[in-house]
Design a protein around this ligand. Structure first.
Ligand SMILES: [Zn+2]
Ligand SMILES: [Zn+2]
Length: 355
């Protein structure tokens, strides 16, 4: 059996008291949780600083928030208090806790300033629900559940529509089920489950491909970006930047339900056709107005329409791009705008729809 440092006698003189193994086990257990949490906190504080700097380039008012995370009230490992502390470090304006099996987290969420949702398992998908005061028990029909949640005054959304990191990939039947949902509906296009620092992975690339497919078929699908954090370490990796007049739950939910947000890991984005903004239908084919800002520099910008890339720009690290151009005649159903920053962080606008 290999000797442990505690008993090896191989230490240089005077170092006996300086190795971590000499700490009491209880203290080491605490450190093994607290240290990584502290490191992630530094990353989140830096991300918040970056957004603050980017705001100087971005003329729109928006609130940053996450509509999907879990605590120890279901399968998360963080307490509600720990999740709240990290959301604050990340500089988020709002954070929902959406535990899986009820609303036992509600009282603690109210105490710590977090907003309350739920995420029961439904037919072929999980079902994200915001703003319902009572536990929702899904049926065997996802479209009926969405309608029923809305009827009761809640806001339904589809989390991780194609699967989640690292290995859950939904079958075609699950993707097909989304074509039956009432129009418009809300869907995560970036989900950060089991990711830290960066949320975007192949399951999100699949969600975006699915989103473009639904949009190109004429469906209105408003996008959300949520961490699905199951630990405080996962908070803040992706968020929705909501164009609401104030940061109060009813105003934020109205804006989200109308698609008035962009989804981001860092870049700030806006898109309009004439005076018609994200989530709305353009009745006239006015000029396209595009905005992108990231204090750490923009690497690539893309305009996507009708399921294909229409145009690409390479800003070479510029922190701000503002463009006005005619809407190409070929565009039929929708147009959206996306960015990658110099360090690979991504952002996506919601679409403007064409009638
Ligand atoms: Zn889920
Ligand atoms: Zn979840």
């Amino acid at each position: 059996m290999p000797a442990s440092p505690r008993t090896s006698g191989n230490l240089m003189p005077g170092f006996e008291h300086r190795v971590n193994r000499r700490k009491p086990d209880s203290e080491l257990l605490d450190l093994r949780w607290q240290k990584p949490l502290g490191y992630i906190r530094f990353v989140l504080e830096d991300a918040a600083r970056r957004v603050r700097e980017s705001r100087a380039w971005f003329p729109r008012r928006f609130y940053r928030g996450d509509c999907h995370a879990h605590s120890q009230h279901s399968d998360g490992i963080g307490t509600v208090a720990e999740m709240a502390a990290m959301a604050k470090a990340a500089g988020l304006d709002f954070q929902y806790i959406t535990d899986h099996w009820g609303l036992t987290h509600a009282a603690e969420c109210r105490k710590h300033g977090l907003w309350i949702g739920q995420e029961p398992g439904a037919h072929l998908h999980h079902l994200g629900i915001l703003n319902l005061k009572k536990v929702f028990v899904p049926s065997q029909n996802l479209a009926d559940d969405c309608r029923e949640v809305t009827r009761r005054g809640g806001i339904p959304f589809i989390p991780h529509p194609a699967g989640w990191w690292p290995s859950r990939v939904y079958e075609p039947e699950a993707l097909q089920a989304l074509t039956s949902l009432p129009d418009p509906f809300l869907m995560e296009i970036v989900n950060g489950a089991n990711n830290v620092v960066s949320a975007f992975d192949y399951t999100d690339a699949a969600a975006i491909a699915l989103w473009d497919k639904l949009l190109a078929s004429g469906r209105r699908v408003h996008a959300l970006g949520n961490t699905d954090a199951h630990s405080p370490h996962g908070i803040g990796t992706v968020w929705s930047g909501v164009f609401a007049p104030r940061c109060e739950e009813a105003a934020i939910l109205r804006a989200l339900a109308a698609g008035r947000c962009f989804v981001s890991e860092a870049p700030l984005l806006d898109l309009a056709i004439g005076k018609t903004g994200m989530g709305q239908r353009a009745r006239q084919r006015g000029p396209l107005r595009l905005l992108a800002a990231d204090a750490r520099g923009l690497l690539r910008l893309r305009l996507v329409a009708d399921g294909r890339i229409l145009r690409t720009w390479h800003p070479n690290g510029k922190p701000f791009v503002r463009l006005a151009l005619p809407l190409p005649k070929s565009v039929r159903t929708y147009v959206r705008w996306e960015a990658i920053a110099m360090d690979g962080k991504r952002g996506f606008t919601n679409p403007v729809y064409l009638t």
